[in-house]
Design a protein around this ligand. Structure first.
Ligand SMILES: CC(C)(COP(=O)(O)OP(=O)(O)OC[C@H]1O[C@@H](n2cnc3c(N)ncnc32)[C@H](O)[C@@H]1O)[C@@H](O)C(=O)NCCC(=O)NCCS
Ligand SMILES: Nc1ncnc2c1ncn2[C@@H]1O[C@H](COP(=O)(O)OP(=O)(O)OP(=O)(O)O)[C@@H](O)[C@H]1O
Length: 201
């Protein structure tokens, strides 16, 4: 039996940081953000639907989707965000499930699904264990503004588009507090993976 771990958290809470550590430990990680980028490449169905729904203004001159432009639209208007989610999410789910099935068939002991919207999209039944990467509100805001060069308002709009982190930790099987150093985060991760017997011997 493969153990499926759902890795989640809030925007800029440190999921990618933790998933990189899991990969270093040899665990296979399927990344929803990566899948969401793949399914909207030119030529894909979701790409055509996005251009039809949002108009050619959201394209760059090379024909690819201008993510900054589309982000500015969908994070300032819930209706627009829902429109985008309805196009992208089914394709993301199909891609992730296909990749997961292949790993299960190949006999993987553990599979990690890195899904920022695990709770919001109602996907908790997909996983055996939920691991939430937590940071305090002020740390989240600061790291998001620094990483993306967002104004405070832009960063807050993105944070508001997700469940509050305090709600997510209530439903977690384990929580990593990522307010501290990366080394402190790594130590917490190792304890949890040990408890869950997730690593290959
Ligand atoms: C709006 C888009 C074009 C902005 O792209 P951008 O490169 O700036 O951001 P990126 O995709 O790297 O996402 C960064 C983070 O934003 C958050 N986020 C992204 N989309 C959403 C959403 N629809 N609702 C809430 N939070 C979201 C997640 O925490 C994600 O980790 C892009 O995020 C997108 O296509 N979103 C819709 C698909 C989606 O929901 N992806 C998230 C996981 S499936
Ligand atoms: N323990 C830490 N100490 C200092 N900086 C950190 C720490 N963990 C993460 N960061 C930084 O905070 C930012 C957000 O982290 P990361 O990209 O891992 O978050 P994420 O949850 O994957 O974000 P997203 O939801 O946008 O994909 C990054 O710039 C990262 O380098």
């Amino acid at each position: 039996m493969t153990l499926t771990i759902g890795l989640t958290g809030g925007i800029a809470s440190g999921k990618s940081t933790v998933s990189a550590m899991m990969r270093e430990l040899g665990l296979p990680v399927i990344d929803a953000d990566e899948a969401a980028r793949a399914v909207v490449r030119p030529g894909e169905d979701a790409y055509r639907q996005i251009v039809a729904a949002f108009g050619p203004d959201i394209l760059q001159t090379n024909g690819e989707i201008d993510r900054a432009k589309l982000g500015a639209i969908v994070f300032s208007d819930e209706e627009e965000r829902k429109k985008l989610n309805d196009i992208v999410h089914p394709a993301v789910r199909r891609k992730m499930l296909t990749e997961k099935e292949a790993l299960v068939r190949s006999g993987a002991k553990t599979v990690v699904l890195d899904i920022p919207l695990l709770f919001e999209s109602g996907l908790t039944a997909w996983v055996d264990k939920i691991l939430v990467v937590y940071v305090d509100d002020d740390v989240q805001l600061r790291r998001l503004m620094e990483r993306n060069g967002f104004t405070e308002e832009e960063a807050r709009a993105r944070i508001r588009a997700q469940w509050p982190l305090v709600e997510k930790i209530k439903q977690a099987d384990a929580v990593i507090n990522n307010n501290g150093t990366r080394e402190e985060t790594r130590r917490q991760l190792l304890v949890i993976l040990e408890q869950w017997d997730a690593l290959e011997k």
